[in-house]
Design a protein around this ligand. Structure first.
Ligand SMILES: Nc1ncnc2c1ncn2[C@@H]1O[C@H](COP(=O)(O)OP(=O)(O)OP(=O)(O)O)[C@@H](O)[C@H]1O
Length: 272
């Protein structure tokens, strides 16, 4: 197992955002985490990646306990993530954003950096080459020397994924990677996710686009009220009564979830 989450809990005052969640991701597996709005998906991701301190439970990454560690410490142990709302360095170039991902493994010393030693220059070159490799891998279109904020939204999403890949993680967490993408970009994302898996990385993604979820996932974990209510292959989970009920419960007063449920049935069936 690359990720083992056991009885994870997170409370915000009286709200139990994550309420005894247990799930796992195997090596080289693509797992989607789905559930109605407010089910606790992002809170769980934030606990796993060290952005929130869980109130209880345990997180193990590649066999090692990382519960409650800082985000940088979790990243150093092999986890990289993207964010629902992009978190790129807007005032840096496209290339430098991705180069930032490489610094996790470059191990430059302050001494070398200040004196610009040959070793420092060599590692900087290595960082640049690797950043270009990942930008090629994600199929970035556009100027790599220009500011990242000047790129169209869909391209910025690719840069964020390239930056995460540049960390050479064992597990990649993608938080709503399809949000804001057009139809063509979603199809490209699907291919990209599969190609990442072929590199041997495990992927966990939170996603509302059920067409994408049904097509790309080997396993789907469904959350509701901070708990797991289903876990299995997409086809099986799609038909689970508890899952249908969870989505229906919210659909009455939530158009977006209603649309998700419609997509769940129609797009899933269409892609299957
Ligand atoms: N920083 C916070 N402070 C207080 N409550 C929060 C905070 N973040 C999330 N919550 C609450 O925790 C619960 C779970 O929220 P979370 O964002 O994790 O759900 P989600 O499944 O990711 O939802 P969505 O699909 O809408 O992104 C919700 O009731 C939410 O209101």
């Amino acid at each position: 197992m690359i990720l083992e989450v056991t009885d994870l809990r997170l409370a915000f005052g009286g709200v139990r955002a994550v309420d005894g969640l247990t799930f796992s991701v195997d090596e080289g597996e693509i797992v989607s985490i789905i559930g109605p709005n407010g089910a606790g998906k992002t809170s769980a991701f934030n606990c796993v990646s060290g952005f929130y301190q869980p109130t209880g439970g345990a997180v193990r990454l590649a066999g090692e306990y990382v519960t409650g560690l800082r985000p940088s410490a979790v990243a150093a142990r092999g986890l990289a993530r993207t964010f629902q709302n992009l978190r790129l360095f807007g005032e840096l170039s496209v290339l430098d954003n991705v180069r930032a991902g490489t610094h996790l493994w470059l191990r430059q010393s302050a001494f070398d950096a200040v004196l610009h030693t040959p070793r420092y220059r060599r590692s900087e070159r290595e960082s640049t080459d690797e950043a270009h490799t990942w930008l090629d891998f994600v199929g970035l279109r556009g100027d790599r020397a220009g500011l990242v904020r000047h790129l169209p939204y869909g391209e910025q999403r690719r840069v964020e994924i390239a930056r995460a890949l540049a960390r050479r993680p064992k597990l990649l967490l993608l938080d709503e990677p399809a949000a804001g993408l057009n139809h063509g970009e979603k199809a490209e994302l699907l291919t990209l996710i599969r190609r990442i898996r072929e590199l041997g990385m495990a992927i966990a993604l939170i996603e509302h686009d059920m067409g994408l979820v049904m097509e790309v996932s080997e396993r789907v974990v469904v959350l509701n009220f901070g708990k797991e209510i289903a876990d299995g292959p997409p086809e099986e989970v799609r038909q689970a009564p508890a899952v249908i009920e969870a989505y229906l419960g919210q659909a009455a007063d939530d158009d977006e979830v209603h649309a998700a449920r419609a997509g769940f049935e129609e797009e899933g069936a269409h892609h299957a």
